[in-house]
Design a protein around this ligand. Structure first.
Ligand code: NAD
Ligand code: 6OD
Length: 486
């Protein structure tokens, strides 16, 4: 039986009390292995290892040495690509084509691109006049923040974890990662890579477990954690923010979304359909940046609905390794129940079900899996829960609009503010609309196109802070001013 152990101080260790929980494959609910559940003992051991490592060789490495190691990590993930790919696909059920294109390469690249950007950022300096005429020189100096807790979700497990671990290490911090209880595999595997690449013991630690009253809560409440970076649901972000308030620890929160797409009549319809197919259905709709609300100008509404629905009918739902498959199951039985409750609610709220709304027949053992159909609705009120709440499944609601102002108003009428997509061939309209959308990222005629040097994060209840490029420096370092009297 496969076991997923903690990785503490450079070694794989079991939970002291022997407590484990199951890791199940979402394609057929079969048992993948047992995950060790971390308690206060394991969290404390990991945090103490991380704290000690700050004072060990890691703390004395030059930037160049750290950078060299981070590049090695990226290269090693790529050398062990197939192992990471198999592990990620087993945990999530996602198609190999998707994970080999996004999850694993981006998971590796996060160690390179971000560390290169951070290391090339200058700090400020100011000359201050003084009454004696000699002046003072002020020089900005960045120090690692210390021990960083990284709490990550299950939808892009390796990518979203390394997105934080890469810059944290580049800035000289040490980390304790608590991966999602649903997807322990690639984070566990990364421990081996860290050892292979000469990362000193204690710099990268992993404690498995659940959230409340388990490793997640114990880690975020640990007084020796200096900063907490989190990706996950907004409600969990609120809990973590409360935990971080004790001791005034810094937080970076990347949370949920209910992202709009606005499709204007002057769009290139082929591009808009192709982009919306990806933004609504990629990763079985489990992308925080995904589109769940589509606003379409009335003159092209029927054509858009018909074309999106025809295209969605061609999605091939199946197991990760099957050729041509572009949609897998949801991540777990629990998430399947949540998404199916929304499918039921949509009907109760009066939706026209244009496509899907149920569970596909997969046959054999696969019928035990977390499969749901790609689903498209129209006809719901903008105040319905289906349109207001994040579902995180392969579904979207399409609503017509008559004016640009109305589209912007509806797009912004949400507590979230993560991402949006605007489809138009008019550049001035694209810029004008994008500027008015209350989101962290607005795509024009594209979706999930990422330049890792740019700021990433959410407005409103989609998060606090920005990471990416030099913006990660703000969170992962403590900026001090050294004032030198001349
Ligand atoms: P989640 O909030 O349930 O869990 C995320 C992580 O937090 C897990 O590791 C979990 O164990 C941990 N956790 C849960 N309760 C905790 C607690 N009380 N204290 C400490 N840790 C706790 O989220 P999820 O279901 O894994 O992921 C899906 C959600 O993540 C969606 O809402 C999605 O929009 C969001 N997400 C956001 C982004 C972004 O960049 N903004 C990216 C991906 C996913
Ligand atoms: O591309 C990224 O860096 C990023 N953080 C993507 C988030 C995707 C959410 O599911």
């Amino acid at each position: 039986m496969k076991e997923f152990k903690h990785f503490i101080n450079g070694e794989y260790v079991s939970s002291a009390d022997g407590k484990t929980f199951e890791n199940r494959n979402p394609i057929d609910n079969s048992l993948i292995g047992l995950i060790h559940e971390g308690g206060k003992t394991e969290v404390d051991a990991a945090v103490q290892a991380a704290k000690a490592a700050l004072k060990g060789p890691w703390g004395k490495f030059t930037q160049a040495k750290r950078l060299e190691i981070l590049h090695k990590i990226a290269d090693r993930i790529n050398e062990r690509f197939e192992e990471f790919l198999v592990a990620e696909c087993k945990d999530t059920g996602k198609p190999r084509s998707l994970a080999s294109h996004i999850d694993i390469p981006r998971g590796a690249a996060n160690f390179k691109t971000l560390s290169d950007t951070l290391i090339n950022d200058p700090t400020e300096s100011f000359n201050l006049d003084t009454p004696d005429g000699t002046g003072a020189l002020n020089v900005g100096f960045r120090k690692p923040k210390g021990v960083i807790a990284v709490i990550s979700p299950w939808n892009l497990p390796l990518l979203l974890m390394t997105w934080k671990v890469g810059p944290a290490l580049a800035c000289g911090n040490t980390v304790v990662v608590k991966p999602s209880e649903d997807t322990p595999a690639t984070t566990t595997l990364l421990g081996e890579v860290m050892n292979e690449c000469g990362v000193p013991a204690g710099v990268f630690n992993v404690v498995h477990g659940l959230g409340a009253n388990s490793a997640g809560e114990f880690l975020t409440k640990h007084p020796d954690v200096d900063g907490i970076t989190f990706t996950g649901e907004t409600s969990t972000g609120e809990t973590i923010m409360r935990a971080a308030s004790v001791g005034l620890r810094n937080i970076s929160l990347e949370c949920g979304g209910k992202n709009p797409a606005i499709v204007f009549a002057d769009c290139d319809m082929d591009k808009a359909i192709e982009g919306t197919m990806r933004s609504a259905f990629a990763n079985c709709g489990q992308v925080c940046l995904g589109t769940e609300r589509v606003y379409v100008e009335r003159s092209i509404f029927d054509e858009f609905v018909n074309r999106l629905s025809d295209e969605a009918k061609t999605l091939k739902v199946g197991v990760p390794e099957e050729a041509g498959v572009n949609m897998g199951p949801l991540v777990s039985q629990e998430h399947k129940r949540k998404v199916l409750n929304y499918y039921k609610l949509a009907v109760e709220e009066g939706a026209n079900v244009i496509l899907g709304g149920g569970v596909p027949e997969m046959g054999g053992d696969l019928d035990q899996g977390a499969w749901v159909q790609p689903t498209i609705w129209t006809g719901l009120s903008e105040n319905s829960r289906t349109v207001k709440e994040e579902i995180f499944g392969p579904c979207c609601h399409i609503q017509p609009f008559d004016t640009e102002e109305e589209a912007i108003e509806m797009a912004n009428d949400t507590v979230y503010g993560l991402a949006a997509a605007v489809w138009t061939e008019s550049t001035s309209k694209a810029v004008r609309v994008s500027q008015q959308l209350d989101v962290g990222i607005a795509w024009v005629n594209s979706w999930f196109l990422r330049d890792l040097r740019t700021a990433f994060g959410g407005a409103k209840q989609s998060g606090i802070g920005r990471e990416g490029g030099i913006h990660s420096l703000e969170f992962y370092t403590e900026l001090k001013n050294i004032c030198i009297k001349m």
